[in-house]
Design a protein around this ligand. Structure first.
Ligand code: ADP
Length: 494
C-alpha cells in the first residue's frame, strides 16, 4: 500500500490528511495558529509558527494513520493564497511576519497605481484586479518598511514566497525555492499568457527579480524532503492554491465544469479549458492548474457573505441553535412567503458592486415567521451564487454543465435543491467534501504515477445529485424579486 499525504495550509489552521491508494482519507490532523491584527485592517501570521504547526500535524497524521514516514509515497501541498513571506536566504529567517491575504494596509498604494493608469496593463497580463489582496504590494511594503530590506533584496540576499514556497523551503532545508503556476498567478507579478514572471510588472511594483521563486507546474516531483523533523527522502509532488486544488479535487477537469464552496463566503471557480477568458464584470481570470505541458484556465468569483448569514441568524438573532437546524426550520414553510433577504452585510461584490449596500430584508407582513426569514436567508446564498454562475456562462460563452458543491453548508439539501432550481443546472455533491486536501493529493498521486485522471474519475463518488424541478415561470419571478430587493439595498451606508 502506498499513501499520499496532503498538506493543507489554511488561513486559520494547518492540516494534514493521509490518503490510501484508493484516494480514501485514512487520517487527519489539524492545529490552529495565532492571527495577529496589529492595526485595524492589518492581518499577519508568524511564518515560523505556521511551519511549526504544519510540521507538528505532519508528524501527528502519520502517527494517527499508524504509518512511518517511509510509507508516504508523495506529498501534495495546498495553501491559502497571496499571503506573503520574505526571508533571508542564508539563515532561512523571515524578515517580518507573513502579511495575510486579507490585509488591507496597501489599499492606498493600489489606489495610487490605479490613478496612475496602471490597472489596464495589470489586468491584461495577470487576469486580476489591482487590489491589496494580491502579493505584489505586500512585497513592496515589506521592502520599504523593514529596515535594510530593499538593500538586502538588491544584493540577492532575500527570498519571497507565498506559503507554498515557504513550506517547500522548510521541507527541503532551503534546497528548493519554488512555487507553482497557480500561486504565482495570484501575485500580480506573473503573466498568465507567457507563464513567466513579467518585467513590466516587476518594474511597476519596484520588486527585484532576485527575490522570486522558480515557477513549476502543479503536478511533478520537485524534489525530496530533507528536514530532520519530517524525515528525509519523501517526494514533494504537487502544489496548488486552495481554490485551484478544490476545483481539481472536485474533478472539474473539463471546460464548462464549475465548483462552489459554500463556507463563510461562497467561492466559485469554473474551468475554461485552454482558453483564457477575460472578464468585463470584475470576475478574476486565473490559471486553474498545469499538469505536464497542459494548462487549464479558470474564471473565479466570490461572495463575501454566504454561510455567514446562517451564523448571523443563529448568533445574532438566535433563531436556532445549530446551523444545520436551518434546514428543518426553512422546510417547515411551503415557500419564502414573499421574504427576500439581501445579505449585503459588508457591501455587495460581483456583479452588483456596491460597497455602500447594506443588509436588508424585504416583504415582511403580519404572517412572516422566523421560518420565512430562515428560508429567505438560505435562498439568498443561492441567489448570490446564481448571479456569479450567470456571469460565468455569459463571459465564457458556454453554459455550465454541472455545479459540484462542497464546504460546510453544502450538506444542506434544501440549499442544494434551490440552487439546482434557480440556476437550471445539475448540482452534484460528492461523498468527500474535503476537496481542497483531496485535490492536492490527486495532483501528487498523478505526478508519481499512482493513478491517472481517468482512474480518479472512476473512484470519485457522488453522495447526491440535485436536478432543477421548478417551473421556469416561477424561477423568473423569484429572480425578478431578488433583483428588486438588491436594487433597494444599494447605496444605503453613507
Ligand atoms: P469556513 O471554511 O469558511 O470556515 P465551512 O466550510 O466550515 O466554513 O462552513 C461553515 C459555514 O457553513 C458557516 O457559515 C455555517 O453557518 C454554514 N453552515 C454549516 N452547516 C450548515 C447547514 N447545514 N445549513 C446551512 N449552513 C450551514
Amino acid at each position: 500500500m502506498r499513501y499520499i499525504l496532503a498538506i493543507d495550509q489554511g488561513t486559520s489552521s494547518s492540516r494534514c490528511v493521509v490518503y490510501d491508494q484508493q484516494a480514501n482519507p485514512v487520517a487527519m490532523a489539524q492545529q490552529t495558529f495565532t492571527q495577529h491584527f496589529p492595526y485595524p485592517g492589518w492581518v499577519e501570521h508568524d511564518a515560523e509558527e505556521i511551519w511549526a504547526s504544519q510540521s507538528c500535524v505532519f508528524k501527528q497524521v502519520i502517527q494517527n494513520a499508524k504509518l512511518k514516514p517511509e510509507h508516504i509515497a508523495a506529498i501534495g501541498i495546498t495553501n491559502q493564497r497571496e499571503t506573503t513571506v520574505i526571508w533571508e536566504r542564508s539563515t532561512g529567517k523571515p524578515i517580518y511576519n507573513a502579511i495575510g491575504w486579507q490585509d488591507r494596509r496597501t489599499a492606498d498604494d493600489c489606489i495610487r497605481l490605479k490613478q496612475a493608469g496602471a490597472e489596464a496593463m495589470v489586468r491584461a497580463k495577470t487576469g486580476l484586479l489591482l487590489d491589496a489582496y494580491f502579493s505584489a504590494t505586500k512585497i513592496s511594503w515589506l521592502l520599504d518598511h523593514v529596515e535594510g530590506a530593499r538593500e538586502q533584496a538588491e544584493r540577492g540576499e532575500l527570498a519571497f514566497g507565498t506559503i507554498d514556497s515557504w513550506l517547500v523551503w522548510k521541507l527541503t532545508d532551503g534546497e528548493l525555492h519554488i512555487t507553482d503556476v497557480t500561486n504565482a498567478a495570484r501575485t500580480l507579478l506573473f503573466n498568465i499568457d507567457t507563464m513567466q514572471w513579467d518585467d513590466d510588472l516587476l518594474a511597476l511594483f519596484n520588486i527585484p527579480a532576485s527575490l522570486l521563486p522558480i515557477v513549476k507546474s502543479s503536478s511533478e516531483i520537485y524534489g525530496q524532503t530533507r528536514n530532520q523533523v519530517i524525515g528525509a527522502g519523501i517526494p514533494i509532488a504537487a502544489i496548488a492554491g486552495d481554490q485551484h486544488a478544490g476545483l481539481f479535487g472536485q474533478l472539474c477537469i473539463n471546460a464548462g465544469m464549475a465548483k462552489c464552496t459554500y463556507g463563510t463566503g461562497s467561492f466559485l471557480m469554473m474551468n475554461t479549458g485552454s482558453q483564457r477568458v477575460a472578464s468585463t464584470n470584475g470576475l478574476l481570470t486565473t490559471v486553474a492548474w498545469q499538469i505536464g505541458d497542459q494548462i487549464h484556465y479558470a474564471l473565479e468569483g466570490g461572495v463575501f457573505v454566504g454561510g455567514a448569514v446562517i451564523q448571523w441568524l443563529r448568533d445574532g438573532l438566535q433563531l436556532f441553535e445549530q446551523a444545520s437546524d436551518s434546514e428543518q426550520l426553512a422546510g417547515s414553510v411551503a415557500d419564502n412567503g414573499g421574504i427576500y433577504f439581501v445579505p449585503a452585510l459588508t457591501g455587495l461584490g460581483a456583479p452588483h458592486w456596491d460597497p455602500q449596500a447594506r443588509g436588508a430584508i424585504f416583504g415582511i407582513t403580519r404572517g412572516t415567521t422566523s421560518a420565512h426569514f430562515t428560508r429567505a436567508a438560505l435562498e439568498s446564498i443561492c441567489f448570490q451564487v446564481d448571479d456569479i454562475l450567470q456571469m460565468f456562462s455569459a463571459e465564457s460563452g458556454s453554459p455550465i454543465t454541472q455545479l459540484r458543491i462542497d464546504g460546510g453548508a453544502a450538506v444542506n439539501n434544501m440549499l442544494a435543491q434551490f440552487q439546482a432550481d434557480i440556476s437550471a443546472v445539475e448540482v452534484v455533491r460528492p461523498t468527500n467534501l474535503e476537496t481542497t486536501a483531496l485535490g492536492a493529493a490527486y495532483l501528487a498521486g498523478i505526478a508519481i504515477g499512482l493513478w491517472t485522471i481517468d482512474e480518479l474519475n472512476d473512484k470519485w463518488r457522488i453522495d447526491r445529485s440535485f436536478h432543477g424541478a421548478m417551473p421556469s415561470q416561477e424561477v423568473k419571478l423569484l429572480k425578478q424579486h431578488w433583483l428588486k430587493a438588491v436594487t433597494r439595498a444599494k447605496n444605503w451606508a453613507e
